[in-house]
Design a protein around this ligand. Structure first.
Ligand code: 2AM
Length: 490
């Protein structure tokens, strides 16, 4: 794949792609591309990182150092392809501005960072107006995925796809002989899909955290016992990367103290914003995604140390006194976890379905689930069922309604309710399990309490309401006595 050009007797090897941003993700992507036979030119704001790569992990490989943007552009085959792996936000705009000075119409800029999709929409337009192409590519899989095969979600200028498809599909994770990388859609769709992936990841992690918390407090299980449970769960329908690494985490012993390391880890959870963005988007588009939002809120509460310290003194936690059959309860928690997980994914896919309409992206939901089967953090066997559900019915209103998920939810319901009830009774917070159950019960209930909300709105704000027994919009003078109440069609 090397293009060797003889210029005045000097042999120059042109690179297939230029990559800017040599933090761990960027560096690993470069090595991944090189491993697949591509030559990569690299640049970084801090030039020492270029030297470090060339003299360290990249020594002797087809990696070309470029110490200026001009040098980078001159090293690339045309149309030039430059991938940005820099911090999201202003650094992306800065590099785009500088690249526009050295690139030509037809060249391609790819942003592989976690950019906000609306920024990607703006940048796609900016480049297309200048005759260049822009791709916002969600890349998931962490450091290891970047090196050995991530899930890649590219969207933006469709004209760019034929030029980058070979490279991206070669370096992506492969499942059943298919790459976890496919064209998503126009402008910001790739970054949007990655954002929702991360929102689902927040919910997934929250739900696993709750399962661990319940086994710890209600069964008194130690880390080793829970490690066994997670290893077993990973053999069944919960089989996934996050369940697998939870088992590994539980098995890790601290060298200094001999204790399970997890029990020494501080409980203030960090976040970088994609879960919050997903929740904000759900609110903006009017999509119910409570389990994803609970994942974000739970992290926020975990970090509110001052409030937590005072509340812990004011309302002391009483150690639960329950007598449970361990095997039975572990199975009930597994069922609650799986049912809640189905609800979280239903919320995420509902958001994707609405966004697809709102932004005119024509997203292929089954294909997206397929891309997440490998490489990314939420990778799981389970995603095949989502692909199958959309294959069977591309217009599926909600994932909960797909035959496989219906059956599972019906089968797991009883245990799910018991687990949530017991947790509530014992003062153990399970916002993920409980919000998923409330979502499920709300969506299936034929007549919700929101008739009262409508009546209240009409009472104080004359917002009008609809009636179940006749068409039209009505307003009532609710505060007047029974006899003189009027319902006026408005
Ligand atoms: P650095 O090595 O010079 O810090 C992830 O942080 C990547 O984004 C790194 O390659 C980092 O470059 C780059 N980066 C972060 N902020 C930047 C900025 N303001 N301008 C240019 N590059 C930046």
């Amino acid at each position: 794949m090397q293009e060797i050009i003889k210029k005045q007797g000097v042999i120059t090897i042109k690179a297939d792609l230029g990559l800017i941003g040599l933090a761990v993700m960027g560096e690993n992507l470069v090595l991944n591309m090189e491993n697949h036979g591509f030559t990569v030119a690299v640049h970084n704001r801090t030039p020492e990182k270029i030297d470090q790569l060339l003299q360290g992990r990249g020594a002797g490989k087809n990696i070309i150092g470029a110490y200026t943007i001009e040098e980078l552009a001159s090293q690339l085959k045309t149309p030039r392809k430059v991938m940005l792996m820099v911090k999201a936000g202003e650094p992306v705009d800065l590099f785009i501005e500088r690249l526009l000075e050295v690139l030509e119409p037809g060249d391609i800029i790819i942003d592989g960072g976690n950019s906000l999709y609306s920024d990607t929409i703006r940048r796609t337009k900016l480049l297309e107006d200048r005759g260049l192409f822009y791709v916002g590519a969600g890349v998931s899989g962490g450091e290891e995925g970047a090196l050995t095969g991530p899930s890649i979600m590219p969207g933006g200028s469709k004209e760019a796809w034929p030029h980058i498809q070979t490279i991206f599909q070669a370096i992506a994770a492969q499942v059943d002989g298919e790459p976890c990388c496919e064209w998503i859609g126009s402008d910001g769709s790739g970054h949007y899909v990655k954002m929702v992936h991360n929102g689902i990841e927040y919910a997934d992690m929250q739900l696993i955290g709750e399962a661990y918390f319940l086994m710890k407090h209600l069964l008194g299980f130690n880390a080793e016992e829970m490690q066994e449970v997670f290893e077993e769960w990973n053999q069944g329908e919960l089989d996934s990367y996050l369940i697998e690494i939870t088992g590994h985490i539980l098995g890790k012993v601290d060298q200094d103290t001999g204790q399970p390391l997890l029990e020494l880890v501080g409980d203030g959870a960090g976040q970088k914003g994609t879960g919050k963005w997903t929740s904000q988007e759900a609110l903006d588009l009017g999509v119910a995604a409570p389990t994803i939002a609970e994942g974000v809120f739970a992290r926020i509460i975990s970090g509110a140390y001052d409030q937590r310290e005072l509340a812990a003194k004011a309302f002391p936690f009483k150690t639960p006194q329950v007598d449970l059959d361990p095997a039975e309860f572990v199975e009930a928690v597994r069922q609650a976890l799986f049912a809640s997980k189905i609800c979280a994914y239903s919320q995420g896919f509902d958001l994707l379905a609405q966004a697809s309409k709102e932004y005119d992206w024509n997203l292929n939901l089954g294909e997206i689930a397929k891309l997440w089967r490998g490489g990314c953090i939420i990778r799981a066997q389970f995603l095949q069922h989502i692909t199958d559900a959309y294959d069977q019915n591309p217009d599926l209103e909600n994932l909960l309604l797909a035959p496989y998920f219906q059956e599972t939810l019906k089968g797991n319901q009883e245990s799910w309710r018991k687990v949530v009830a017991l947790a509530v009774e014992q003062g153990l917070p399970v916002p993920g399990f409980a919000s998923a159950l409330a979502y499920f019960d709300s969506i299936r209930h034929p007549y919700l309490w929101t008739n009262l909300v409508q009546a209240q709105r009409d009472y104080f704000g004359a917002h009008t309401y609809s009636r179940r027994d006749r068409p039209g919009a009505f307003h009532t003078q609710w505060q007047l006595g029974d006899k003189v109440v009027t319902s006026d069609e408005v």
